[in-house]
Design a binder for this molecule. Structure first.
Ligand SMILES: Cc1cc2nc3c(=O)[nH]c(=O)nc-3n(C[C@H](O)[C@H](O)[C@H](O)COP(=O)(O)OP(=O)(O)OC[C@H]3O[C@@H](n4cnc5c(N)ncnc54)[C@H](O)[C@@H]3O)c2cc1C
Ligand code: FES
Length: 377
C-alpha cells in the first residue's frame, strides 16, 4: 500500500526566497525531499532551483532538505550579485560623448513626477506641440513613448515630464541624472496639434499637465484667447504655475482637496470656463483616459469641439505593429501615425482603458524581475 506522510509543505522561507516549497514526505518506506522556488524567480535568475531526493532515514532526509535550502539561498544570492554587476556594466547610462542623448537638467516635481531636459538639437528643431518621442533608457531598455512637454530650439533641448508608474519609468526615476545619457530618443512622432482657434480651453490633469503646456503656448502665440485648466491632488504638487500664467489669459487650478482653486476634478473648471465663455470654440484635454472621458462628457452638451491626446500602448511608433489601435467613431485608427490627437466626442475610452490593462501581468512580472536583479526597493 502507498502511504504518503507530509511533514512540511509550502513553507515560506523569508523574503529572499520569496515563497519556496519544501516538501518532505514518506512514500512506502522511503522519505522524499522536494525543494523548489517559484517558476517566476527561477526564470528571472535563469537557474534551475528544483531538487528531488529520496532516502530511507528521516534524519538524513531532514538534513538533506536543509542542505538544499541553504544551497539555493547561496545560489540565489550569487546570481543576484552577478546579474547586478552585469546590469551596471552593460546597462550603463554613462555613454561616451557623441553617443546617446545627454540629460542636462533634472527637476523633481513630486515623489513620482520628475522632469528631464535632454540635449537633442535636431529633435528640438523639428518638434511641434502635441508630438511625442520614443525613449530607450539603455541597451536592454524597452521603448517608452513620452510627450515632448517643451522644447528649446536655441538651447537644442527637449523637455520630458515623466511619472514613475512601472519598471521602465521607475528605473528612469532612479538612474537619470544630469550628465548621464539616454541610449536612444526617436522622434518627433505623431501629428502636431492643429491650431487655428480663437478661444480655447486647454485642460491638463495628472500626467497631462506638462504636455498641455506647449500646446497652450502655441495657441497663445497664434493669437488665441487661452483659458488653462490644470488639476493636481493638492497644492504641494502644483508645478509650472508661473509658466502657465505667462501664456494663459485665465488660469483655473483645481485640487482634489481644495487646498488651492476649485475643490474637485478638472471637469468643474471646464464647466466653469464654458459657462462663462459661450464663444469657446475648442477644448483640448490631456491626461489619464478616465479624465479625458469625463471632459468629453462635460463638454458634449456645450456643443464645442473636443480634442483629446490618446495614450494607448505604443510599440514601434510607425504604424506597423497595431499596438496603439484606438476606436474613433466607426473607424480604427493608430495613435502613433494618425494621432495622438482625436475627436474626444468620438473616442471609445472604455476600449482604450481595457487595452491599456492587457499586459498588467507581464508588467508586474517585469517589475518583480527588475527589483530582484537591480535590488530596487
Ligand atoms: C503618445 C504617448 C505619450 C505619453 N506621454 C507620457 C509622458 O509625457 N509622461 C509619462 O510619464 N508617460 C507618458 N506616456 C505613458 C508612458 O509611455 C507609460 O507610462 C510608460 O510606457 C510605462 O512604462 P513602465 O515600464 O514604466 O510601466 P509598465 O508597468 O510597463 O506600464 C504601466 C502602465 O503604462 C501603460 N504602458 C505600458 N507600456 C506602454 C507603452 N509602451 N506605451 C504606452 N503606454 C504604456 C499601461 O497602461 C500600463 O498599464 C505616454 C504614452 C503615449 C502613448
Ligand atoms: S505603435 Fe505600432 S502601430 Fe502605432
Amino acid at each position: 500500500m502507498l502511504t504518503i506522510q507530509l511533514v512540511g509543505c509550502r513553507v515560506t522561507a523569508g523574503a529572499d526566497l520569496m515563497s519556496d516549497t519544501k516538501y518532505l514526505f514518506k512514500r512506502d518506506e522511503t522519505w522524499w525531499v522536494k525543494v523548489a522556488v517559484p517558476r517566476s524567480l527561477r526564470d528571472t535568475l535563469g537557474c534551475d532551483l528544483r531538487r528531488s531526493l529520496k532516502t530511507r532515514d528521516l534524519e538524513t532526509a531532514r538534513a538533506a532538505r536543509q542542505d538544499v535550502v541553504d544551497e539555493f539561498r547561496r545560489k540565489i544570492q550569487q546570481t543576484r550579485e552577478h546579474q547586478a554587476n552585469q546590469t551596471t556594466c552593460s546597462d550603463s547610462l554613462d555613454l561616451p560623448p557623441g553617443t546617446g542623448f545627454e540629460i542636462v537638467t533634472r527637476e523633481n516635481f513630486s515623489d513620482v513626477t520628475f522632469l528631464l531636459e535632454v540635449s537633442a538639437p535636431m529633435l528640438a528643431q523639428a518638434a511641434q506641440p502635441g508630438q511625442f518621442v520614443i525613449v530607450i533608457l539603455h541597451t536592454h531598455g524597452e521603448r517608452i513613448p513620452l510627450t515632448i512637454a517643451d522644447f528649446d530650439r536655441k538651447a537644442g533641448t527637449i523637455t520630458l515630464v515623466i511619472q514613475a508608474v512601472g519598471k521602465s519609468t521607475l528605473e528612469m526615476q532612479q538612474r537619470c541624472q544630469p550628465g548621464s545619457r539616454l541610449y536612444s530618443v526617436a522622434g518627433p512622432m505623431g501629428f502636431p496639434s492643429h491650431l487655428g482657434t480663437k478661444k480655447v480651453v486647454c485642460v491638463g490633469g495628472g500626467l497631462g499637465v506638462a504636455p498641455i503646456f506647449p500646446q497652450l503656448r502655441a495657441f497663445k502665440e497664434s493669437g488665441a484667447y487661452v483659458i488653462g485648466v490644470v488639476g493636481f491632488r493638492n497644492k504641494d504638487l502644483i508645478f509650472w504655475e508661473d509658466r502657465f500664467n505667462q501664456y494663459c489669459d485665465e488660469l483655473i487650478i483645481c485640487t482634489d482637496d481644495g487646498s488651492v482653486g476649485i475643490k474637485g476634478r478638472v471637469t468643474l473648471g471646464v464647466e466653469a470656463a464654458l459657462e462663462k465663455h459661450a464663444d469657446v470654440d475648442r477644448v483640448v484635454a490631456i491626461g489619464p483616459p478616465i479624465m479625458m472621458k469625463a471632459c468629453a462628457e462635460t463638454t458634449r452638451p456645450f456643443n464645442v469641439e473636443m480634442v483629446v491626446s490618446m495614450n494607448p500602448i505604443v510599440v514601434d511608433g510607425t504604424g506597423m505593429c497595431g499596438g496603439c489601435r484606438v476606436i474613433v467613431g466607426d473607424e480604427t485608427k493608430f495613435a502613433c501615425v494618425d494621432g495622438p490627437e482625436f475627436d474626444g466626442h468620438k473616442v471609445d475610452f472604455d476600449d482604450l482603458m481595457s487595452r491599456l490593462g492587457r499586459f498588467r501581468k507581464q508588467e508586474s512580472q517585469a517589475m518583480d524581475a527588475w527589483k530582484v536583479t537591480a535590488g530596487a526597493t
